[in-house]
Design a protein around this ligand. Structure first.
Ligand code: NAD
Length: 431
């Protein structure tokens, strides 16, 4: 089927044409050849089920009204309700949201979760909004999409530029509009007091470390005394560094938007986290030397954990990376072309769809707990997270070993195989 084997967009598909989605389709096409995917399934998987664009009028503090544009893309619901975050960022547009929604579909599938994939966003710089304006925007956006979301339909969560408070406002607005009683299961990533889950805040960083431990195991060693470098010291990076530190690893360097810090004997991560809480930056942490973000990525180390932005390792620096293992805490930090170079050089990559899956896994737990109205303690959450994420890693690793392909392609293949089985079982696409 010609159309399904390329990443060309027709004029009617222009709203999907972005780099993220093109990358996802390239991976999809490549894996389809490996698993001999049914062409009808493939044709379905290369398009979102539903793309919603809404106008959001917001009363600003100076009494003027500004109209923002918001999106919710529901990519695929074969495996369960749609699930994915809401992003507030000035660069949000429909192609980006389509790409992110596709990634959520493949991520939820490879992790074995009973969830489909979605994503949403508003084109706004949240830093320019007052708290009241942000609340007004969030409530009106929720109203605009409220017919399409719901505990059994589509369950949003936080992403870049949104947080537990945003989810609390969304949950309240939805609840007021649907009977007036609390419906916590409509969103995840909420504060614990209104139905959030223990362990959600650190889940992505902890999941990345469970995956890193598995990767070390495959290399015949443990994390103790391993030299680790972490790019980004926000939610994912700081907790990944902390959990690695607690396991006896030496964290040689970390960075944030202000630059990097290095100490060859290892950084004391709990003290660094306290320092960042006070100063809002890693800059000037005592006993460290300054290192650029570029040089940090190229440090000699056992594991590099990029937890900041996409496209950090591409063809221009892939040859200079000296880490033995890369664990993708961020979404898309290593490009497809760099993945090929690094894999040929024997560098093991744990891909984002598994390595940063801890967040959505614990979001899934939050949804389950809300539906049951029965809450688990943190040990139970962490234990169940470990079971699910290591099982997904082992499945993908086994497939990668059998086919001798890179882990990213193996992850996509396992994901699409599960979606294909489900579609065929549901009788949507009989052979
Ligand atoms: P965050 O905003 O909390 O942290 C981002 C960190 O990256 C900050 O320390 C920031 O200073 C740093 N940074 C920004 N620009 C940088 C640069 N040029 N060089 C080095 N550092 C830079 O975000 P987060 O929630 O930790 O998310 C990080 C990544 O992980 C994103 O790609 C996100 O999509 C992905 N992710 C997050 C979660 C989650 O649960 N938070 C789940 C899955 C994936």
């Amino acid at each position: 089927m010609e159309n399904s084997m390329n990443t060309h967009f027709s004029p009617s598909e222009a709203h999907m044409d972005g780099p993220l989605f093109r990358n996802a389709l390239q991976n999809l096409n490549e894996c389809a050849k490996i698993i001999k995917c049914d062409p009808n399934v493939l044709e379905r998987l290369r398009r979102p089920r539903r793309s919603i664009t809404v106008s959001i009028p917001v009363r600003m503090d100076d009494y003027s009204v500004k109209v923002f544009t918001g999106y919710r893309v529901q990519y695929n619901a074969t495996l369960g309700p749609f699930k994915g975050g809401i992003r507030y960022h000035q660069s949000v547009d429909l192609p980006e949201v389509v790409g992110l929604a596709a990634l959520m579909t493949f991520k939820n599938s490879v992790l074995g979760l009973p969830l489909g994939g979605a994503k949403g966003g508003v084109a706004v710089d949240p830093g320019t909004l007052s708290r009241t304006e942000n609340q007004n925007l969030t409530r009106r956006f929720t109203t605009e999409i409220s017919h399409f979301i719901g505990p059994t339909k589509d369950i949003p969560a936080p992403d870049v530029g949104t947080n537990p408070q945003t989810m609390a406002w969304m949950m309240d607005t939805y609840s007021q509009e649907h009977g007036g009683y609390a419906q916590p299961a409509v969103v995840t990533g909420k504060p614990v007091d209104i139905g959030g889950s223990a362990g959600r805040n650190h889940a992505t960083g902890l999941g990345a470390i469970y995956v890193a431990e598995k990767a070390f195991e495959k290399k015949g060693r443990t994390m103790k005394d391993a030299k680790i470098v972490v790019q980004g010291f926000g939610n994912v990076g700081s907790f990944a560094a902390l959990f690695a530190f607690e396991r006896g690893a030496k964290i040689l360097a970390v960075s944030d938007v202000s630059g990097g810090i290095f100490n060859g004997d290892g950084l004391h991560i709990p003290k660094l986290m306290e320092y960042v809480q006070q100063t809002k930056s890693i800059k000037g942490f005592p006993g460290t030397t300054v290192i650029s973000n570029e040089a940090l990525l190229e440090l000699e180390c056992d594991a590099l954990i990029p937890c900041a932005l996409e496209n950090q390792i591409d063809t221009h620096n892939a040859e200079r990376i000296k880490a033995k293992i890369i664990v993708e805490g961020a979404n898309g930090p290593v490009t497809n072309s760099a993945t090929k170079i690094l894999t040929e050089r024997g560098i093991f990559i744990a891909p984002d769809v598994i390595a940063n899956g801890g967040g959505v896994i614990v979001s899934y737990f939050e949804w389950v707990q809300d539906v049951m109205s029965f809450f688990w303690d943190e040990d139970e959450v962490n234990g169940r997270l470990k079971t699910i994420i290591t099982k997904a890693f082992e499945n993908v690793y086994k497939f990668q070993q059998e086919k001798q392909i890179d882990m990213r392609l193996a992850a996509m293949s396992c994901s699409v195989q599960r979606l294909e089985r489900a579609m065929l079982l549901r009788g949507l696409y009989p052979r």
